[in-house]
Design a protein around this ligand. Structure first.
Ligand code: SF4
Ligand code: SF4
Length: 115
């Protein structure tokens, strides 16, 4: 995956999404759309275009489904990446001042054990 210049990043948990489209209508950057694929519940889930998210969080606060949307702020400043052992996708390593690194795959959202 190429390094994103977007200030934010959003991941949709497709199995939690009910396809209500509220996040799509609410996104001021118009970077969300309804996928033409089905999830296992028979809904078309929301999806991210891949670029242009600002990390504003409006979609997260609009979504009625807990756990359907994860928003990452300061995405463009996170440069350290690794490959996820679960999905093979790229995840970013979060460095926070007073907490251990939070290692969550930013592709599949599964926890990744530290080195
Ligand atoms: S965080 Fe903001 S810009 Fe990014 S997808 Fe959600 S509403 Fe759109
Ligand atoms: S608001 Fe939530 S449930 Fe509705 S389409 Fe967006 S992610 Fe799916």
């Amino acid at each position: 995956m190429a390094q994103s210049k977007s200030r934010g990043h959003v991941v949709i948990n497709t199995e939690e999404c009910k396809g209500c489209e509220l996040c799509i209508e609410a996104c001021p950057s118009d970077v969300l759309f309804l996928s033409d694929k089905f999830n296992t519940h028979g809904y078309h889930p929301s999806a991210y275009k891949g670029e242009g998210c600002t990390g504003c969080g409006i979609c997260f606060y609009t979504c009625p489904e807990p756990g359907a949307i994860t928003v990452y702020k300061r995405w463009d400043l996170m440069t350290e990446t690794a490959e996820c052992p679960h999905c093979g996708g790229e995840y970013k390593v979060f460095h926070e001042d007073e907490t251990p690194d939070v290692l969550i795959c930013t592709n599949c959202l599964k926890a990744v054990n530290g080195e």
